[in-house]
Design a protein around this ligand. Structure first.
Ligand code: DGL
Length: 248
């Protein structure tokens, strides 16, 4: 059985990460899994998220197909990464908000955009808010509906602009940290609403981490293949993913 790099998310968000990985590592077999049946994750409880993610991983791996798992979802990483690492022997790469980069670059007014569950459970966010609360203004902006809006508007992401304008009213951050992989698709729209803010995301860093970890795996190089699975059929999303990841 040829092992695959499996990239996992609730919807299209993780495809922004997969694209970077495939550019860096074209000679692997990939599986992109979007849990459209259970999305969005960000407003679910930890127990609910853990259960659906675990069931999905067990079913994807029933024939031992996973060589490396990329949890390309901040919410799933925040809630499940430790648990999954304790249960499975394949390596797991998660995604974390690039808050270190924002702090290292010296920004004073940092807004972390993420789902409610990520903002509640992510250890890195907690650590930075605690350690830097006297020196920097770090605010958490929960965007409960944005991931679903992005999945629903793949034909025109500008439709999220009114939502963003409402949510960012009165906010003037010098830096925005993208803490949900779905939001990578609307960075342009975030910039339109917050023209003076620097937007920081983590796709490239995750791809580099996958490259480092893949060197330790016993993968056979291939001509590169990509399979996409949605847990609930959604033609619009399949079409979008096919075009975005450009496979026939
Ligand atoms: N891409 C997921 C994340 O990074 C989406 C969240 C959701 O399904 O609510 O958090």
């Amino acid at each position: 059985m040829q092992k695959k790099i499996v990239v996992y998310d609730s919807g299209i968000g993780g495809a922004s990460i997969l694209k970077e990985i495939m550019m860096l590592l074209p000679n692997y077999d990939y599986l992109y899994f979007a849990d459209t049946k259970n999305s969005p994750y960000g407003t679910k409880t930890k127990a609910e998220i853990l259960q659906v993610v675990l069931n999905n991983i067990l079913s994807i791996n029933k024939n031992g197909e996973i060589g490396l798992l990329v949890l390309a979802c901040n919410t799933a990483t925040s809630v499940c990464c430790k648990k999954l690492r304790s249960m499975f022997s394949f390596p797991i790469v998660g995604v974390e908000p690039a808050i270190k980069k924002a702090v290292d670059e010296g920004f004073n007014k940092i807004a972390i955009l993420a789902t409610p569950q990520t903002l509640e459970s992510n250890d890195l966010i907690k650590k930075y808010i605690k350690n830097f609360k006297r020196k920097r203004e770090i605010s958490k902006v929960a965007l409960s509906e944005l991931a679903s809006l992005i999945d629903e508007n793949t034909d025109d992401f500008n439709r999220v602009l009114p939502y963003l304008s409402k949510k960012f009213k009165g906010l003037k951050p010098s830096c925005v940290v993208v803490g949900c992989t779905h939001y990578n698709f609307v960075k342009k729209q975030i910039q339109t609403v917050l023209p003076d803010a620097k937007i920081i995301s983590c796709e490239k860093e995750v791809a580099l981490q996958v490259q480092r970890v893949s060197k330790e795996c016993k993968f056979c190089l291939t001509n590169g293949s990509l399979k996409v699975i949605l847990s609930k059929r959604n033609h619009k999303l399949s079409r979008f993913l096919k075009t975005y990841l450009s496979f026939a």
